[in-house]
Design a protein around this ligand. Structure first.
Ligand code: GLN
Length: 191
């Protein structure tokens, strides 16, 4: 299984390590050629405006959109989720987007007071054991389209993980914990 990680900025190395731990081959994506024989692609967390601008400079926006069209899975974590959303609220001016998934997200939604927090989430597709989620200046999902399934919610009902067919998003950072279940779930989608 060959998984690409967009290596523009942010927490791409942590994703690579998690993927390697579970036996995937990892390619750092910086050129459109790197997408060619991948089974899946991860857009990491970091700074969505920077990641988007670098991806645009590298000429990767259209190739990633074409990659999604082939039905191969893409997973965006945190900033990656912002990049995948069709609608971004409170985005930066000129926030580049991949415009892939039918979700509306609010950037930096939890405000300055609660910049970062952790929560144990029920994620049915991962099994009974709660998933310990790390949120860092996270976006939240304000709205999901008809074809989108909410995979995890905070206690107040805020959606923080969602899936639309082969497209997966989490507003938290599974690559920063030892729990590899989200990475394994993504590999299953890529199978
Ligand atoms: N706040 C960042 C953004 O808007 C996302 C933070 C993250 O990826 N941890 O891009």
């Amino acid at each position: 299984m060959k998984i690409g990680v967009l290596a523009a900025q942010g927490a791409f190395i942590e994703h690579e390590k998690a993927l390697q731990r579970i036996g995937a081959e990892v390619i750092e994506v910086r050129l459109s050629e790197h997408l060619e024989d991948l089974d899946g692609l991860i857009i990491p967390g970091g700074e969505s405006t920077t990641i988007g601008k670098v991806a645009r400079r590298w000429g990767l926006i259209e190739p990633i959109q074409a990659f999604a069209q082939t039905g191969r899975p893409i997973w965006g974590t945190c900033a990656g989720m912002i990049l995948m959303a069709k609608q971004v609220m409170d985005g930066a001016p000129e926030q580049p987007t991949l415009d892939l998934m039918d979700i509306a997200v609010r950037r930096n939604a939890f405000g300055r007071q609660v910049d970062s927090f952790e929560a144990d989430l029920d994620v049915r597709v991962l099994g009974a054991e709660p998933f310990h989620a790390v949120f860092i200046r996270a976006p939240l999902i304000e709205h999901v389209g008809e074809d989108v399934e909410a995979l995890a919610q905070l206690e107040d009902g805020t959606i923080v993980a969602a899936q639309q067919g082969h497209l997966l998003t989490t507003s938290f950072h599974p690559e920063l914990t030892e729990d590899d279940r989200f990475h394994r779930y993504f590999l299953e989608l890529s199978d």
